[in-house]
Design a protein around this ligand. Structure first.
Ligand SMILES: O=C(O)[C@H](O)[C@H](O)COP(=O)(O)O
Ligand SMILES: [Mg+2]
Length: 317
């Protein structure tokens, strides 16, 4: 069976459809890259549409598979791009999800050393959770690989490994991370920030965190705990903190196998795909006509889609 026989997503193109989409939901979960912005470039109309949500007393949070920036970094980014009133507790990047998972699910004791393959967002959120990040942005890791480098001696006090998106992905970091993933007979937890293959960045499609995590999964021959979308553990944390009711909440994202799957697996009221990020109309059309195993396809097929979330304000006005 192809999807077109079972689920036909509705394209939002009229004032009535746009108004209904807003009126029917009290709470919005927004993905960031590809929905709100492309790197540092705000997607046109998004700020105005979110200001419209404010005027209607709608509630919303941001859930991003990006692990490179901390919640505080995002508060500053939202301010820089003109948003008002976005606070730390409204932002769920996977660096925070990783620290939360270590503490609340893996019960890794505070004060533990955590090996990081990733950027400063992970280090900052680990410190805020009272862990000691090692590796990460340590400048000594930028040196050429040397099998006798002092850092290659595993620190036995490291209690877990967190891997996320980074552009500082060199052999020194890869080799060191592998030592920790194999350490103690693969005994310490392997936390991955996301499963994302790539992400849209201002005209380019760039490798995303999942490509880094899967590299380490392959070389260490061990599975990882995905703390990013579509993990329902992350959704549970968000719903617990925000007290959003699933029945009145919609997920807005640009990636089928993370954002839309997150909303559907999480049994939210609705899922809106936007075509302003990593999913093009051409890809989406081919997805809808390609016969997949029905369950797999169904869990990634949005109920509705729109060119860009920023179009909402134009349709409503
Ligand atoms: O490099 C990454 O992993 C990207 O930041 C990630 O794919 C973007 O996540 P999003 O904001 O679209 O959830
Ligand atoms: Mg995205």
């Amino acid at each position: 069976m192809t999807v077109s026989e079972s689920i036909i997503p509705t394209e939002i193109t009229s004032k009535e459809q746009a108004q209904k989409l807003i009126d029917e939901h009290d709470n919005f979960l927004f993905d960031c890259d590809g929905v709100i912005w492309l790197d540092e470039k705000l997607i046109p109309g998004v700020l105005q549409t979110i200001e419209y949500l404010n005027s209607k007393n709608k509630r919303y949070v941001f859930v991003t598979n990006n692990s490179s920036k901390s919640r505080q970094d995002y508060v500053e980014k939202f301010e820089r791009l003109g948003f008002k009133g976005i606070t730390k507790d409204m932002i769920y990047p996977t660096c925070y999800a990783a620290a939360f998972n270590l503490k609340e699910h893996l019960k890794v004791p505070e004060g533990s050393k955590i090996w990081v393959l990733g950027d400063s967002g992970i280090e900052d959120e680990l410190r805020e959770a009272k862990y000691i990040p090692v590796g990460g942005t340590d400048p000594r890791l930028n040196e050429p690989f040397d099998p006798h480098h002092e850092l290659l001696k595993v620190d036995p006090d490291v209690r877990a490994v967190v891997v996320g998106s980074t552009k500082d992905f060199n052999y020194m970091r890869i080799a060191l991370t592998l030592q920790y993933l194999l350490h103690d007979n693969k005994g310490i937890p392997f936390v991955g920030a996301n499963i994302d293959r790539s992400y849209p960045s201002d005209g380019l499609i760039l490798p995303a965190g999942g490509s880094v995590v899967n590299y380490m999964q392959y070389t260490a021959d061990r599975d990882f705990i995905n703390v990013g979308k579509p993990s329902t553990t992350l959704l549970d944390v968000i719903l617990e903190h925000s007290k959003f009711e699933k029945e009145k909440t919609i997920m807005v994202g640009d990636t089928l196998y993370t954002d839309i799957k997150f909303g559907i697996d999480g049994q939210l009221a609705n899922s809106l795909l936007v075509l302003s990020g990593g999913t093009t109309k051409r890809y989406f059309d081919s997805f809808l006509t390609t016969s997949y195993k029905e369950e797999e396809t169904r869990s990634m097929t949005p109920l509705c889609y729109i060119e860009s979330f920023g179009d909402i304000i134009d349709l409503i006005n």
